[in-house]
Design a binder for this molecule. Structure first.
Ligand SMILES: C[S@@+](CC[C@H](N)C(=O)[O-])C[C@H]1O[C@@H](n2cnc3c(N)ncnc32)[C@H](O)[C@@H]1O
Length: 247
């Protein structure tokens, strides 16, 4: 078992705070074991990614990166569309950024947006250590300030949204604007342990996700569905959209 999986096995700190989640503990353990089974076979231990998690942890970054099999899923999806231009919203320590940068076709580039200067600093170092600094362009600042500046740098073939869910719908609208027909837009954490259907939950993040679902339901330029996921990160999900019209 590599360091990546040992770190992935830690329960998500956001999730630990939820009393309802206690009942899921047994299921959580099994999901994590199954993730480990998958990773042992399909996601070989990787010193660069292990180091990225280690330095992120040492710097006190929250362990809210994707798991390693999810990171590989992002890479596979970006490879499937032959991505040359990738946009990521929410870098943290650069773990998912490294997966995405590895998917690039030759000459390609990842632009990744991060608001927290400490996260950006650690991510820059991790990306450099991964030998990917020449193809990763990090933009420090709030994503909603950075996104309007990217108009001349698209269209992006693959967009990964993984920042504050409060703004998920706003990010999605920007993602569509910065896309072309055939671009893939992946949004993370769209289930949040089922809280999206908890009528009593009116937290900004949950409301933000509901706005995303409502927005996409009425958006003719994309075809999207969402899938629940379980695993070392608990119960959550990805929304995957393809842009079906020219912008
Ligand atoms: C879930 S983490 C990203 C995890 C990363 N994609 C991974 O899997 O390795 C979310 C990140 O989004 C950043 N973030 C939150 N709000 C933001 C905003 N308004 N603009 C840009 N980044 C933001 C946070 O600082 C945090 O680093």
């Amino acid at each position: 078992m590599g360091l990546v999986e040992r770190l992935d096995f830690r329960p998500n700190s956001k999730q630990e705070a939820r009393p309802k989640q206690r009942q899921d503990k047994k299921g959580h353990r099994k999901w994590a074991e199954i993730d480990r089974y998958i990773v042992d076979r399909l996601v070989p231990s990787d010193p660069v990614l292990d180091a990225a998690l280690r330095t992120s942890q040492a710097a006190g970054l929250p362990p809210i990166n994707v798991s390693s099999n999810q990171g590989k899923l992002l890479m596979v999806l970006a490879q499937a569309v032959g991505a040359r231009a990738i946009l990521e919203i929410g870098t943290l320590g650069g773990f998912s950024t490294i997966w995405l940068a590895r998917a690039l076709t030759p000459g390609g580039r990842v632009i990744t947006l991060e608001a927290n200067p400490m996260h950006a600093k650690i991510a820059r170092a991790n990306v450099a250590h991964a030998g990917l600094a020449d193809r990763v362009d990090m933009r420090l600042g709030k994503a909603l300030d950075s996104l309007p500046t990217l108009a001349g740098e698209g269209p992006f073939d693959f967009i990964y949204i993984d920042a504050d869910q409060e703004n998920a719908a706003n990010y999605f609208q920007w993602a569509v604007k910065l896309s072309r027909r055939g671009s893939l837009i992946v949004t993370d954490n769209v289930i949040r342990h089922g809280s999206i259907i908890d009528a009593e939950n009116c937290k900004p993040a949950v409301q933000g996700l509901r706005r995303l679902y409502d927005l996409v339901a009425a958006e003719p330029k994309v075809s999207m569905t969402a899938l629940q996921t379980v695993g070392s990160k608990g119960h959550d999900g990805f929304a995957i959209a393809v842009v079906t019209a020219d912008q």
